[in-house]
Design a protein around this ligand. Structure first.
Ligand code: IPE
Ligand code: IPE
Ligand code: MG
Length: 261
């Protein structure tokens, strides 16, 4: 599958990826799980290159979940070190490509060295605007929603937010990176069909693509295949197929899903 078989006018603006299957990939070859994480770095490089070539504007990679803190200590340590090293080694290429790095999640829980590298990378790339690369680190979708609710409650108590003015738009502005639009396409490798606490709010209408391929084997052509699959779909957002295929047809209801109290 090559990129020239894609429709350039229907490239998803935001692709999010649950990079799963490193451990099983390693175990299947009699290797340590950590070898799978190391091999996964090559797949990260490949999808960043691929996304950049396809003109995908936002790429979010789920690198470490809030639940992953419960893994064996040496695995957690390895993952943090890989992230550290990745950020140090890739920064020149990231700058060259004009990629802006962002990070979402409970960064305060990261080891100080890793956190420092994450902050350096986000600061150093803040002026870049060719593509946004968002790392979900120590990330949990429920925790993100809860922190938004807590901050809204605090601002309401301080008189800065009118409780009647709280709607979906205002709520979303309290999430980690409100400037990043919702994902159009969510890819999960490693053959599971679950969201594992990823971007719960943002994936309300995201197209989901799963593949049995394990993350260390994922390359540009597999990203292209996922995008091709996405392009063959009809996104209806609750409307009928006829409405979607002829945009001139009218609807009685409003387009939003707000239910004013
Ligand atoms: C994904 O691979 C990487 C992280 C979750 C950090 P896994 O480590 O979950 O691999 P499997 O699912 O055990 O094969
Ligand atoms: C999801 O993978 C998290 C990341 C890819 C970072 P997991 O392997 O942790 O997911 P579960 O536990 O199988 O749902
Ligand atoms: Mg897994």
């Amino acid at each position: 599958m090559s990129a020239d078989q894609l429709r350039p006018d229907r490239i998803p603006s935001h692709v999010a990826i649950i990079m799963d299957g490193n451990g099983r990939w390693a175990e299947a070859q009699g290797l340590e799980r950590n070898e799978g994480h190391r091999a996964g770095i090559e797949a990260v490089r490949a999808v960043i290159r691929g996304a950049n070539d396809l003109g995908i504007r936002y790429l979010t990679l789920y690198a470490f979940s809030s639940e992953n803190w419960g893994r064996p200590q040496d695995e957690v340590r390895e993952l943090m070190q890989l992230l550290d090293r990745y950020l140090v080694e890739e920064i020149d290429e990231v700058m060259e490509k004009g990629i802006r790095i962002r990070a979402i999640g409970r960064l305060d829980r990261l080891p100080p060295g890793t956190r420092k590298e994450v902050e350096n990378a986000t600061r150093k790339t803040a002026g870049n605007d060719a593509m946004d690369l968002v790392f979900a680190l120590s990330y949990g979708g429920r925790a993100e929603i809860v922190q938004a609710a807590r901050r809204i409650a605090r601002d309401a108590a301080a008189g800065e937010v009118d409780p009647h003015a709280i709607d979906e738009k205002l709520f979303a502005s309290y999430l980690y990176e409100p400037e990043v639009p919702d994902p159009d396409l969510l890819i999960r490798t490693g053959s599971e069909s679950r969201v594992s606490n990823f971007l719960l709010w943002q994936i309300a209408y995201t197209e989901i693509y799963t593949t049995e391929r394990m993350w260390p084997d994922f390359r540009e052509e597999h990203l292209v295949e996922a995008v091709r699959n996405y392009q063959a779909r009809e996104r209806r957002f609750g409307k009928t197929s006829a409405q979607v295929s002829s945009p001139a047809s009218t609807s009685v209801g409003t387009s939003g899903s707000e239910d004013p109290a």
